[in-house]
Design a protein around this ligand. Structure first.
Ligand SMILES: *[C@@H]1O[C@H](CO)[C@@H](O)[C@H](O)[C@H]1NC(C)=O
Ligand SMILES: *[C@@H]1O[C@H](CO)[C@@H](O)[C@H](O)[C@H]1NC(C)=O
Ligand SMILES: *[C@@H]1O[C@H](CO)[C@@H](O)[C@H](O)[C@H]1NC(C)=O
Ligand SMILES: *[C@@H]1O[C@H](CO)[C@@H](O)[C@H](O)[C@H]1NC(C)=O
Length: 324
């Protein structure tokens, strides 16, 4: 019975409950505690949410000690993406998004809350073309509200000026193992025989699906707009390398509340121990700052120097080992 309900809901794409929280950018920095823990050698990222994040962060408890720039006072997650730059005369100018929304979707299908210490990366930071992208990540760049450009790849920048915002979307895994914290995208078991009735690999459960929706307002930066390739670049390269990182920082009670939607079909605000869903950051979003300001950099050129010198050191190290 349960499975047939799940299957039909999934197949028919029935409206599912979701929540969303908006979060402000609080730093640009050349770190990535998931992909390059302990190192200041990443490409530049734009950070949102709990400012307790450092090069070493691994737990939700660490993030919950920080000041969060997110409007839901119960959300101490840290979210980050490669920084988007405007390129003019070879200069890189970092662009602060107009709005960064973290959606949590398909709440009706979720079997467990997002586990504490859970983390995930969506997208492919080394992708430079559409064909290597996993379709489940739903990575897209487009002009909000404008007709879709049929001739360009989903993950390419739009080739014409946006009438309002440049927008990008990215979907995270929706299956997780609460013990190992491994995760995956759900798949239909009719086509993926190793997947269970919950659409997840064995040992995994459905969790709320995180989706990034980021809007950039380019109207002041590029008053004349663009035709063809826009003068934009992500810190990781072209539009295709767009990716997102997430370390869960939701207070456990609020993470559980996400599954208690009474309406089951629309937006619902997730309240928690620190207040209602729209109460605003406890410490003031504007007060979130880099908690490790004496290391790493927020400057593009400096981040490139730091990446180069680390790769040179790595090569020297390898050469030395080969000789001995
Ligand atoms: C990260 O961990 C290293 C190794 O334990 C330590 O030396 C460093 O101070 C830590 N950095 C931060 C910002 O916590
Ligand atoms: C680019 O940077 C140089 C050196 O800082 C500066 O002189 C120039 O005005 C900048 N150009 C633009 C378009 O910002
Ligand atoms: C990511 O992109 C690289 C470079 O195109 C490709 O070789 C690799 O297979 C991709 N990784 C995944 C997990 O799809
Ligand atoms: C932000 O920090 C300032 C200066 O410390 C403080 O006066 C203000 O109350 C803080 N904002 C909030 C909402 O706590």
């Amino acid at each position: 019975m349960r499975s047939s309900i799940l299957l039909s809901t999934w197949a028919a794409g029935l409206a599912q409950a979701y929540t969303v929280t908006v979060t402000d950018l609080f730093m640009f920095k050349n770190i990535d505690p998931i992909v390059l823990p302990g190192q200041y050698t990443s490409h530049m990222h734009s950070f949102f949410g709990s400012d307790a994040v450092t090069v070493n962060t691994t737990t939700s408890a660490e993030l919950q000690k920080g000041c969060s720039s997110t409007e839901n006072p119960n959300d101490f997650s840290t979210y980050w993406v490669p920084t988007l730059y405007l390129i003019q005369d070879g200069n890189h100018t970092a662009i602060t998004p107009m709005r960064f929304s973290a959606y949590y979707e398909n709440l009706n299908s979720a079997e467990i809350a997002i586990p504490q210490n859970y983390r995930d990366v969506a997208g492919n930071a080394s992708a430079q073309s559409q064909d290597v992208l996993e379709s489940n990540a739903g990575m897209k760049w487009f002009c909000e509200g404008d007709p879709e450009d049929e001739d360009t790849d989903d993950a390419a920048f739009p080739t014409k000026t946006c009438s309002t915002h440049l927008q990008t979307l990215l979907l995270f895994h929706d299956c997780a193992n609460p013990d190992t914290l491994e995760s995956a995208y759900s798949e239909n078991p009719n086509y993926f025989p190793t997947y269970g009735e919950n659409y997840c690999p064995k040992g995994m459960y459905r969790i709320p699906q995180l989706r990034f929706s980021i809007r950039y307002d380019l109207r002041t930066l590029l008053p004349d707009g663009w035709e063809g390739q826009p003068p934009l670049e992500l810190a990781c390269g072209s539009s295709y390398c767009s990716h997102g990182d997430f370390i869960n920082g939701w207070l456990p009670e609020a993470a559980e509340n996400m599954l208690n939607d009474p309406s089951k079909s629309e937006f619902f605000g997730v309240d928690g121990p620190l207040g209602d869903y729209n109460a605003g950051s406890v410490c003031g979003a504007e007060n979130a700052t880099d908690s490790d300001p004496s290391h790493g950099t927020s400057d593009y050129a400096e981040s490139v120097r730091m990446m180069k010198s680390s790769s040179m050191m790595r090569k020297r190290h390898l050469a030395k080992h080969r000789r001995s």
